[in-house]
Design a protein. Structure first.
Length: 395
């Protein structure tokens, strides 16, 4: 690539977006910000636009666009609104690279627009791949889109695979992909006490600072379940080729086990700026502002097998992966509804898994080889989960 790498950052105001702009700001000679998007937190988006002077900013609706436009008078940023604008900036001819960091199903259509436009796609929005894996990866191979994982586990796996990896794990001598998980804030909480945990406790992750939805997902280990499905698509891995290992220190970000007995891993401090910098500069390496890993300070690393009674969401995700078809999209949709209800105090923590399980049972199996079918599965999962929530309130 000649000249500066021109970026669109979808979800700039979130945790991944902020970390991305932090890395970008360290290398003004390498990166130029062309578009930033944010859904709420307009004050943050306004400050980011003043600092990085993108050509475009995208918000959710025209009222917010008007407000942001007024706040940015004289900055030279054109403010747009809505899903079509998100898709538009993801596919702009003057954009080389798209950071896909919108949370949840809302990220699917703009991320897919970037894939279809053949941009270099840095994928943080795992939900897009969980929902629409088959459609998404078919577009990636049709367009030859460079796809780099931002999720720390998948970025670690990517770094631990041969550079020549082309979607055939066996041909590279890979036996298994081992995804590490911290176990979240409730790894050692007595299971009976989980009925009483609050959103604040669930969002207080021991090692990572993240958005609220993914923080709850980490507590239930649905995050790891979504990541198992993400790994299936990114690395063309069969369910039996993916194993989850609890590693409370979050220093080993994931591992690849080879047939000769070798295990390659990527280690580092738990800081998302590392995978972000890796993907932004790939195949080069740049400073991410992350402190060097101090093994003497860490002293020891621990590993545990996940307890599926404590983490039923992890079983549900494997179940959905094995079922295939619309099951992962239904799982993802029901999880989004259940997590939102939990965050708003409308659902007890253990009921998150119950709502998802009941939704998976309620929605009939269907194929999802078109985007329309994926969106139908997403709607069906949401409706089933909302139905369960209403039934609970009625009883
Ligand atoms: P966040 O909640 O901090 O930020 C989400 C971003 O998406 C914000 O910019 C928000 O404005 C935008 N957004 C939310 N709803 C939207 C909608 N309906 N339309 C358009 N934009 C919308 O989330 P995050 O923690 O930064 O996570 C972003 C994605 O990255 C998620 O898919 C998450 O699973 C993944 N991820 C995050 C981390 C992490 O450390 N935070 C690690 C790995 C993967
Ligand atoms: Mg992760």
């Amino acid at each position: 690539m000649t000249g500066r790498q021109r970026l669109a950052i979808l979800g700039a105001t979130g945790s991944i977006g902020l970390s991305t702009l932090d890395v970008v700001a360290r290398h003004p000679e390498r990166f130029e910000v062309v578009a930033l998007t944010g859904h709420r937190r307009l004050d943050i988006l306004a400050a980011q636009c003043r600092r990085h002077r993108p050509r475009y900013a995208v918000v959710g609706d025209s009222a917010d666009a008007k407000r942001l436009g007024e706040a940015l008078a004289g900055v030279g940023t054109e403010v747009l609104a809505g899903v079509a604008a998100l898709e538009g900036v993801a596919a702009l001819p003057e954009v080389d690279t798209v950071m896909a960091a919108i949370v949840g199903a809302a990220g699917l259509s703009p991320t897919l627009a970037a894939v279809r436009a053949g941009k270099k796609v840095l994928l943080a929005n795992k939900e897009a791949l969980v929902m629409a894996g088959a459609v998404f990866m078919a577009e990636v191979s049709r367009r030859g889109t460079p796809l780099l994982p931002i999720d720390s586990e998948h970025n670690a796996v990517f770094q631990s695979l041969p550079r020549a990896f082309d979607g055939n794990l066996a041909a590279c001598g890979v036996r298994k992909v081992l995804l590490t998980a911290s176990g979240g804030p409730f790894r050692a909480t007595p299971i009976e006490a989980l009925a009483e945990v609050t959103p604040e406790q669930a969002c207080a992750h021991p090692n990572w600072v993240m958005g609220r939805k993914i923080s709850v997902d980490s507590a239930t280990m649905m995050n790891k379940g979504l990541e198992v499905i993400e790994a299936r698509w990114l690395f063309n891995a069969m369910p039996d080729q993916i194993e989850v290992v609890i590693h409370p220190e979050s220093v080993i970000h994931s591992l690849v086990q080879y047939v000769d007995g070798s295990v390659l891993a990527q280690l580092g401090n738990p800081d998302m700026r590392t995978p972000i910098a890796h993907a932004l500069a790939y195949p080069e390496r740049i400073d991410a502002g992350v402190a060097p890993l101090d093994l003497f300070e860490i002293g020891r690393l621990n590993f545990e097998r996940p307890d599926l009674r404590r983490f039923p969401c992890l079983s549900l995700a494997f179940q959905a992966l094995r079922a295939g078809g619309n099951a992962p999209a239904v799982l993802n949709a029901a999880n989004e509804v259940a997590v939102e209800a939990f965050l708003e105090g409308r659902l007890a923590y253990p009921d998150i898994a119950q709502v998802i399980a009941a939704s998976l049972d309620a929605v009939p199996a269907a194929a999802t080889d078109t985007l329309e079918a994926v969106l139908a599965a997403d709607r069906a999962g949401r409706e089933a989960a909302l139905g369960m929530l209403l039934a609970r309130h009625a009883s």
